[in-house]
Design a protein around this ligand. Sequence first.
Ligand code: IMP
Ligand code: MG
Length: 181
Amino acid sequence: MSNISDDIKEVLLDEKTIRQKVREIGKKVSRDYDGKDLMLVGILKGSVPFMADLLREITIPCTMDFMAVSSYGSSTESSGVVRILKDLDYEIENKYVLIVEDIIDSGTTLSYLIDYLKGRKAKSIEIASLLNKAVRRKVNVKAKYIGFEVPDYFLVGYGLDYAEKYRNFPYIGILKEEVYK
Ligand code: IMP
Ligand code: MG
């Protein structure tokens, strides 16, 4: 049987480490948004595992919605041009929006999204990103919740893909360079 984990150089964050961190973030979100009309907005498709796990660690009432965006460019570098493929299904007026994302890299996607949603009269728009690759930042974005600071390697698993593969790993690993070079 073929095994996609053969393409992984090293596991960076294992299942247990991720689970504990997501639990921590869930607790903080539940505390910070208590009494507020919280709406989680997941960015498809990378955020799906994080969203599904975070959602179940949140103990206050909340709703969820999804957006899909694409940024043109080669598969390991984003180009800086963002396109909305799927907008929100619901209005965000008077809601406390928390954007749920897998990773902040250059910051282009999230800074574009925040600008895009700005006119819709949300009470607040904040970001929860599982991973942050701070060294790669080109555009300034501030996330309220960050799971892990990660080094500048191309990572896959737990939602993160290369050419749409590897999203199904329960852990986050460093992709072998020979896979994409
Ligand atoms: P940004 O717009 O440059 O911040 O890019 C954010 C998007 O690029 C993320 O939502 C991911 O889809 C993708 N991305 C950035 N770094 C990685 C990585 O190491 N592995 C997989 N996808 C990544
Ligand atoms: Mg993504």
